[in-house]
Ligand binder design. Structure first.
Ligand SMILES: NC(=O)c1ccc[n+]([C@@H]2O[C@H](COP(=O)([O-])OP(=O)(O)OC[C@H]3O[C@@H](n4cnc5c(N)ncnc54)[C@H](O)[C@@H]3O)[C@@H](O)[C@H]2O)c1
Length: 423
């Protein structure tokens, strides 16, 4: 076991034992990451490398951190969302795994950003982001540290969008691997992980019966497809709102009703935003909603639900249940906002199940190794995860489930590689 970290800021180190149990529970569902950890412990590909990781501080992330530490990395971890930190896990990471964690559940904005600053202060050679917050500090107030960074990795869609904007402006200071864009990440994590855990968050926060309700899903991307699929599975009548005609058509063919947000606002009982965009639920929709409507967000930032617009209509607000704020509107209606408009699956539930984070974090671990080995040949650009990494992870995951698949025969391989073989 690693010795305890010396520098950290967590809620209570006394919670470490409970956190350790949670980490071990998640580990049972993370066999791919465990295999990588075993190899890393032998080969030490990150020996002496300092990493600043800004990720949701959960038991799954803890197993990634263990993997990076096993590889020889020195890890500073801060939260990528103030409401998602599991304080017991943070304590265990400090006490049992030697990681410097700076994260406290429910911390205010000042503490949140001071914790990101503390991780950046460790002069990282590798950055690992979920939403590009460390990258943003390094390209904003701490450009003096950019030179020391070899490369980075990014976990989520919103982060990749921010990085590509930096790259387009010629301002990206080091190469970054877009882990989100790996197939073994977004096909599964964004779809099945966000799908299940978002419904879990809504149910834990409200305890409503989903069956028979009208659930409005705003955004039919990878996450939206998962949320819509799971809401339908619970017996909801699902309405989808989109701005992209292809995605909207896909939703229609998948059997969902599709209409503009203001129309859906009149019908919906529960609204779930997963667009990665601002104002996905805003004033014009609030104006039309039925009394009792529940509104939440599972997109990365809390800009998707326009809280200023809701507050402007509000007479007074109150805590109806944990993670549920009741807004009594001036016109007599009530609207309930979950988790202050922050990621409902992390705030009100436990985020993605470990089995899916197994693949996302296997990508993170292998991408950080790739970065240390290849940064010299890379330009300051956003890179995809190498294709062979996707294939390796998918094979390991199938094997861990005891699933075997067919292989191409020689004749089939030849047929697929030819241009002249027809009927
Ligand atoms: N909750 C989680 O744990 C979790 C996990 C993964 C990703 N995310 C976040 O969820 C968000 C969505 O990710 P994704 O992978 O599904 O992205 P995506 O790009 O695949 O899908 C987003 C969809 O939203 C649509 N959209 C954009 N603006 C809209 C608007 N105003 N109204 C209606 N539709 C609109 C887009 O056309 C697109 O189809 C991102 O912010 C991502 O970072 C959250």
């Amino acid at each position: 076991m690693a010795t305890a970290a010396k520098d950290y800021d967590v809620a209570d180190l006394g919670l470490a034992e409970g956190g350790q149990q949670r980490i071990e529970w998640a580990d049972r569902q993370m066999p791919v990451l465990a295999q990588i950890r075993e190899r890393f412990a032998k080969e030490r590909p990150l020996d002496g490398v300092t990493l600043a990781c800004c990720l949701h501080v959960t038991s799954e992330t803890a197993n990634l951190v263990r993997t990076l530490v096993a590889a020889g990395g020195e890890v500073a971890l801060c939260a990528s969302n103030p409401l998602s930190t599991q304080d017991d896990v943070a304590a265990a990471l400090v006490d049992r795994h030697g990681a410097s964690v700076y994260a406290i559940n429910g911390e205010d904005n000042e503490s949140y950003y001071s914790h990101i600053a503390a991780a950046v202060e460790r002069r990282p050679q590798i950055t690992m982001d979920d939403g590009a917050d460390v990258v943003s500090v390094l390209h904003g107030e701490r450009t003096d540290l950019l030179d020391g960074v070899l490369g980075g990795t990014e976990e989520t869609t919103t982060g990749v969008i921010r990085l590509k904007a930096l790259e387009r402006e010629g301002k990206l200071g080091y190469p970054i691997v877009a882990v989100n864009d790996a197939k073994t990440k977004h096909f599964f994590d964004n779809r099945y992980g966000t799908g299940q855990s978002t419904l879990d968050g809504v149910i834990r926060a409200t305890n409503v019966l989903i069956a028979g309700l009208k659930v409005v899903v705003i955004g039919y991307g990878w996450c939206g497809r998962g949320v819509a699929m799971r809401a339908k599975g619970h017996g909801a009548h699902v309405i989808v709102c989109e701005i992209d005609p292809l995605r909207a058509l896909e939703a229609v063919m998948d059997g969902f009703e599709v209409m503009p947000g203001v129309e859906a606002a009149k019908e919906g009982d529960i609204f779930i935003s997963v667009t990665g965009n601002r104002d996905a639920v805003a004033g014009p929709m609030f104006a039309e909603m039925k009394s009792g409507a529940v509104v939440c967000n599972s997109g990365h930032f809390d800009v998707e639900v326009n809280k200023e617009d809701l507050n402007a209509l509000t007479e007074d607000s109150y805590q109806a249940r944990p993670h549920v704020t009741g807004h009594r509107l001036k016109d007599g209606r009530e609207i309930f906002l979950l988790a202050e408009g922050r990621l409902v699956n992390l705030a009100a539930a436990e985020g993605h199940p470990a089995a899916v984070m197994d693949m996302s974090f296997a990508n993170q671990a292998l991408a950080s190794e790739f970065m240390v080995q290849n940064h010299g040949q890379l330009e300051n650009k956003v890179y995809p995860v190498p294709e062979e990494v996707d294939a390796v992870i998918a094979r390991l995951k199938l094997a861990s489930r005891g699933v075997h698949i067919d292989e191409l025969t020689e004749a089939q391989a030849k047929y697929l590689a030819s241009w002249d073989q027809g009927t």
